[in-house]
Ligand binder design. Structure first.
Ligand code: NAD
Length: 488
């Protein structure tokens, strides 16, 4: 059921790329669907001296092609107000508060505020402090803050950032966004696991041989090289998106499907993630950096990268979650740039039956594949009898496929739309809890430290553009007698 939400959005970084490409189109979708109708307003802030009219034109441009009539676009953009604002200038928060109070009254919002920090995390602390000290938080409605990634660059810096935010906002009001958690098939993991006896019964070390997660990108670093040089694939993808997916794949059944219980289940899974020693990092993690290939430049030739850069653009690793159900199941993960294709895919490889009664036939592992991107789909690979007379009793591979219909595809919301609606409703399970981050960073820091000490003595670059990473990624699985199910 669609229930209208009342809220005043205050977006810090309102002129930025994220706001224009993701936030305004997502908010417009919520408007078209009736989640936002009359009782809402958006204040966009940034340093530039824009007028309301100019800002509304930018908003209209950002939803170009999404509306049926000019009237709808104008009615929507009229809810937007621009406030020139330097986040470090206290006096600007006074003006912002006055505008917020005025709009709260005009649109009868009742004091509900959603602060969206769509700018560099180095400003999060000062913004949150001012929101509290300059009384932008109301006493009549909710006050929630959505923060963008990256949340720190290691455990120590994430802790400092979290301490700064928590001076002004309690944990329940902090919505740390990870847009992978807004994706349809990522959310489907819980339904598949906990809604079906077959998978519920088999989702453990007695039946699962290994789990594989691939988050591959075909693009290079593009215009993000400046940031990427200081981050690398480990911080940019493994610490957040990958570990969140791993938590959903390995958590024990939540007591109920409430925010608190789901988050507890995920926190416990990440708590049981084995943190590696340096030698274990060498054994269980490999890194790569793309070389030129297919007429594309090497990472070291990109703008804003060092000619001898040691930043990894590829990571593959084996994770172990030491819970009663998952201990001993290798969880292989890999992510990288300039790989053969863009895809987000999960393969759950089940063990073979203990005794093959079809003596002349090789039985294969059953595999459940959950494709998140680009086309949400499910596939279950089974062994089945080859159809027809005249054959001996042969078995062959049978694929049970589920793909979304064209109609269903149209109804899939963009991840940001879904997550913004969750935040409006106060639903926090698809946002990262601070405790999850703590365990994630501790795990990642151990790998980073080992690599900074060059335990693996890697030589970069080590894979050409357009392949699925360096050879060492294949070898990592081969050591255990496994292989990547997802090949191009
Ligand atoms: P951007 O550089 O395009 O925008 C930054 C915004 O902050 C601009 O509106 C700028 O005017 C404003 N700003 C900078 N300094 C300011 C100051 N002192 N006072 C007031 N405003 C100031 O950045 P972006 O790509 O929109 O990213 C914003 C955040 O979202 C970053 O944390 C980024 O890591 C994160 N993020 C972005 C994307 C994306 O697709 N763009 C994806 C994931 C996460």
């Amino acid at each position: 059921m669609i229930k209208e939400q009342k809220a005043l959005f205050i977006i810090f970084g309102g002129t930025g790329d994220l706001a224009q490409r993701k936030l305004y189109p997502s908010i417009f979708e919520l408007y078209k669907k009736g989640y936002l109708k009359r009782n809402f307003a958006i204040i966009g802030t940034a340093r530039r001296p824009w007028t309301n009219d100019y800002y509304r034109e930018i908003v209209k441009d950002s939803i170009d092609g999404m509306y049926d009539s000019e009237q709808t676009a104008i009615a929507f953009s009229n809810h937007f107000y621009y406030q020139s604002h330097n986040v470090t200038d206290t006096s600007h928060y006074v003006t912002l508060r006055q505008l917020a109070e005025k709009l709260d009254g005009k649109y009868e919002i009742g004091g509900n505020r959603l602060f969206y920090l769509a700018m560099s995390p180095r400003f999060f602390g000062t913004i949150c402090e001012h929101l509290k000290s300059q009384e932008l938080k109301t006493t009549t409605g909710y006050n929630r803050v959505i923060v963008e990634k990256p949340f720190g660059r290691d455990f120590a810096s994430a802790t400092i950032l979290n301490n700064e935010i928590s001076q002004s906002f309690p944990e329940d009001d902090v919505f740390r966004i990870d847009h992978y958690l807004g994706k349809e098939m990522v959310q489907n993991i819980a339904a598949i696991r906990f809604g079906n006896s077959i998978f519920n019964a088999m989702w453990n070390n007695r039946y699962i041989s290994n789990i594989q997660v691939t988050l591959s990108e075909a693009l290079g670093v593009e215009e993000r090289a400046g940031y990427y040089e200081t981050a690398g694939a480990l911080r940019d993808m493994i610490q957040n998106h990958m570990l969140q997916i791993v938590a959903l794949l390995t958590m024990s059944a939540p007591v109920s499907f409430t925010d608190a219980d789901i988050r507890n289940a995920k926190i416990n899974a990440l708590k049981c993630l084995k943190v590696y020693t340096k030698d274990e990092v060498k054994e269980n993690f490999v890194r790569g950096q793309y070389d030129s290939g297919r007429n594309l430049p090497a990472y070291r030739q990109e703008d804003q990268t060092a000619p001898d850069s040691m930043t990894e653009t590829f990571v593959a690793g084996k994770l172990l979650i030491n819970t009663m159900d998952m201990a001993g199941v290798p969880i292989y993960v890999r992510t990288g740039k300039r790989l053969a294709t863009k895809a987000t895919r999960i393969d759950v490889v089940f063990k073979q039956v203990p005794n093959n009664v079809f003596a002349d036939n090789d039985l294969r592992h059953d595999v459940l594949t959950i494709t998140v991107d680009p086309e949400p789909s499910l596939r279950l690979q089974l062994n089945s009898k080859t159809i027809g007379q005249g054959y001996d009793f042969d078995t062959h591979r049978l694929n049970l496929d589920y793909k979304l219909s064209e109609e269903q595809k149209k109804s899939v919301p963009e991840a940001y739309e879904k997550l913004i609606l969750d935040a409006l409703k106060g639903k926090a399970s698809n946002f990262t809890h601070w405790k999850e981050l703590q365990y994630s960073w501790k795990f990642v820091d151990a790998i980073r430290q080992a690599w900074d000490d060059n335990v693996d003595q890697v030589v970069f670059p080590n894979y050409p553009c357009g392949e699925m990473g360096p050879d060492t990624s294949e070898k990592l699985l081969a050591k255990d007698g496994n292989h990547w199910e997802f090949t191009i």
